[in-house]
Design a protein around this ligand. Structure first.
Ligand code: PHE
Length: 366
């Protein structure tokens, strides 16, 4: 018959030698299971005299406790080893260089916005922005669109539920509400009164109910605004001519200022750039055809007055253009919808190297 010392020695040795949880469990069953060796010893208790039973029972219980303690200690060790092995196996080498095709690209829309801002930045414009969810007052009313004015229909508006105070809300249909927001800013008014000149450039998302090959319900515009005491139509023409030539990187690019109408400018114009179609292919530059690329005009006195700027003292010009449109023209992208499809092949083809930050001196991005 097994004596307790032998069972103890052999079982503790087997626990120490168990290499994984499964082996450890087999050791447990062999000692403490239904027909295990320790359990076998317990069964002999019934045939013993009370004194002997008491003494031997205590010894078995001690042994049982010792074995259970050794089992759980070994289990902790094995668990820890299993975890380290897993961590080692699943380790990711973050120092591994990325394969070239995994390098990201700058989206042509981001690049184009950066290019536009780089050109106007050189002319002293500073960046500004406003909210996409806009109220009716900033999007229309302040900009001299009276309620029910037919010009509101030029902009197929996404209407939102009104604000708590009853103000109708919209997704802004253009970046022009940022004109009003900038003019209303007390810092702007203080600067103007002190003789400064306001020059802001406002890139951002805009929304209209429209969707086809050249229109998307969400698109991007960039707005510009110049206000001071002396800026006139000649400055508008010079500024936008310089911009178009710098942006398209064509020094003698012809421009045409065509009379137009916007409620918030007077006089208003649309700007066309020269182009030609050879064999169905569009070429920007001197040619026999014109492409419309932006809207502009002298800021309407009502807009200034609505925003707390005295139109008898201050004047200036504003312009707005679609980013998608000028990006398509400059980079030969035929379908506007592809801008938003996140097709990696398209992004690799039309995207830009992240380190090619556009600047007038460093090149705008070809
Ligand atoms: N907001 C006009 C549009 O979206 C563009 C524009 C801006 C025209 C500023 C004149 C002055 O069509």
């Amino acid at each position: 018959m097994d004596d307790l010392q032998t069972i103890r020695a052999e079982t503790l040795a087997a626990i120490g030698a168990a290499g994984d949880l499964r082996a450890l469990d087999a050791v447990r069953v062999a000692a403490l299971g239904k027909s295990g060796r320790v359990t076998g010893q317990m069964k002999t208790l019934g045939g013993m005299a009370p004194d002997q039973r008491k003494e031997f029972g205590a010894l078995i219980n001690t042994l049982k406790g010792e074995i259970e303690g050794a089992l759980s200690a070994r289990k902790v060790e094995l668990d820890r080893a299993a975890l380290s092995a897993r961590l080692e196996n699943e380790r990711i080498d973050v120092s591994l260089p990325a394969r070239p095709e995994r390098v990201g690209h700058i989206h042509p829309l981001s690049q184009t916005m950066d290019e536009v801002c780089a050109v106007f930045g050189e002319m002293g414009f500073v960046w500004a922005e406003g909210p996409d969810v806009e109220d009716d007052w900033h999007n229309f009313e302040s900009l001299n669109f009276p309620p029910d004015h037919p010009a509101r229909q030029m902009q197929d508006t996404f209407f939102l539920p009104p604000r708590a105070d009853g103000m109708p809300m919209v997704l802004r249909t253009h970046t022009s509400p940022v004109q009003a927001r900038t003019l209303l800013d007390p810092a702007t008014q203080k600067m103007l009164k002190a003789g400064g000149s306001l020059r802001v450039i406002v890139p951002g998302r805009t929304y209209r109910v429209d969707s086809d090959q050249t229109h998307s319900p969400m698109f991007h515009q960039v707005e510009g605004l110049v206000i001071d005491r002396v800026t006139h139509m000649g400055h508008l023409k010079g500024c936008l001519t310089d911009f178009c030539r710098a942006f398209f990187e064509i020094d003698d690019l012809p421009l045409r200022f065509r009379p137009s109408y916007f409620p918030f400018t007077e006089p208003s114009a649309e700007v066309d750039i020269g182009c030609s179609w050879k064999g169905g292919e569009l070429r920007i530059g001197a040619g026999d055809s014109w492409l419309e690329i932006l809207g502009c005009g002298m800021v309407h006195p009502n807009v200034l007055a609505n925003c707390g700027v005295d139109p008898n003292e201050f004047q200036g010009f504003a312009f707005g253009m679609g980013i998608e449109r000028i990006a398509m023209l400059k980079y030969g992208i035929p379908d506007l919808r592809t801008f938003y499809e996140s097709d990696l092949r398209w992004l690799r083809h039309y995207g830009f190297n992240p380190l090619d930050v556009p600047s007038l001196t460093g090149g705008l991005g070809r």
